[in-house]
Design a protein around this ligand. Sequence first.
Ligand code: HEM
Length: 558
Amino acid sequence: MGDGEPPPSQPSSAPLPHPKPPDAITMEDGKAPSSQPSSTPLPHPNSSITSWGNGKTSSPQRSSSPGLTLPYSAMAPSERPQTVDIQSEGSPHSGHSLTSDIIELSAEKWFLDWTTGVLAGSHSNTATFHRPGKVHGVITASPQIVEHMLKSNFENYPKGIRFRTLLEDFLGRGIFNTDGELWKIQRKTASYEFNTKSLRNFALENVTMELQTRLIPILENAAKNERILDFQDILERFAFDNICKVAFNVDPGCLIGDATSGGEFMQAFEDAATLSSGRFMYAFPGLYKIKKFLNLGSEKKLQNSIATVHEFADKIIRSRMEERAEKKDEDLLSRFIGNSENSAEFLRDIVISFILAGRDTTSSALSWFFWLLSSRSDMEEKILMELEIIRQKNHKVIGDTYNFDELREMNYLQAAISEAMRLYPPVPVDTKACKEDDILPGGTFIGKDWFISYHTYAMGRMENIWGKDCCEYRPERWLENGICKQENPFKFPVFHAGPRQCLGKDMAYIQMKSIAASILERFGMDVLLEKGKCPEHVLSLTLRMKGGLPVKVKDRNV
Ligand code: HEM
């Protein structure tokens, strides 16, 4: 988030079939912009799906990951962009303006799809957002601009002061909320540790344990009793348990749903994340400070939630510091404790940032993956076949756990998950601040203190990036001679790119593939949503489904 304004980003509700802009928008030539560079209508990613959400604005069930970016509707009305210029290549300030009314109407309802249409209709896949008398941001789906802001001119595009200040109470100086030297120090240690075999083993052991002792039994039970589950909620609980184990070797037990201090910690964490993001909503940016000073309303609740999170983490950190000499755990905290210069408070900030980074992303990716797969039995068959070949080759039976090598061999599964994230990226829009005036590739001017957002969701739907079938769910596009290829991260910035690229990418794939393989080989999933209708998005910082993902599971072996 920029020092300047919060970005106009985020899913708010019903996704539409195509990135179709409102009729009222015109381009420079006076014609309504096409929703894609070509005249081919965009099919739903899943060809059997023909109708979409009802377009109602969804109310947030919860917000998440303030470390990532801000919802458009979390912007104070006075801060929302009043006009949008559609930039044409090489002419930074030309183009037509979109009125605030249009944005107001549409952005609340289907911001992601509408902005996708706007970006697809612009030659440079880039738009500039204006407020009266002041242009305040750029939004882009151009791989060249993404590379420029995330890598080539990285130093000019930090998170920025505004973002850091608003989130400081909760995140302190953790990796998610820092720029410059403080970020570099944490990044260096963390990237070293994320590459160690011991951390990877530790992460896989935890996933396996949670799968075998919790998730599979829950699904067995639901299958036996024909119970309907909210699978998104289950995946979120799984991810929270898992990231807490990796971060500081604590098991909050959220998936088994007991009312222990772990459950209280999860709830407080959730509230702290939601309320911290809520600070971006104030019409008067400083108002939260007054409320905080007077200990009123949401600020009072926020301070209480933060206190609960900090108390929980502090207790663990203090006791771990005391036993530092004798015991060496594999979790991230233990690895940062090794440096005696790190204070208890700094260690807490580090742990909280990691939990925030790892908690909602894999669950979002898997929810969309299972939904997409639910109407593609041909693809499900291919995954099952791949798993069977791997089991036979390694003399395994259904229910045995998969090791790293076996997971690596799951190329079709990896392609199917990557393809789901291409169309439904867990972090659909990500925002930075601009430190100094700059000219972006393609000629768009960006001023000091403007924000700049790259639109990952739109990029997955750009014909000039992915070809004519860009909106089709087609895992095969990832395969080259049966091997799942690594895509250029500037074209597929789902995990960010450049020096600040997601540290948990490999860990996330290990987790997602283990979960998907173990579930699919044992259970059939019946998604109980209206056939042919895309689930609505929730107003949240990760791409979540409104109302969850109701499923009925069937044991394949009964
Ligand atoms: C499908 C899963 C995931 C996706 C799509 C994802 C995506 C991202 C994105 C877009 C960012 C950049 C955010 C920013 O602008 O600062 C990021 C950063 C980060 N992610 Fe992930 N992430 C995933 C899973 C994880 C997991 C499981 C972990 C930890 C165990 C993790 C750890 C981090 C960290 C530490 C950063 C900050 C890096 C830095 O600022 O240097 N991520 N991730």
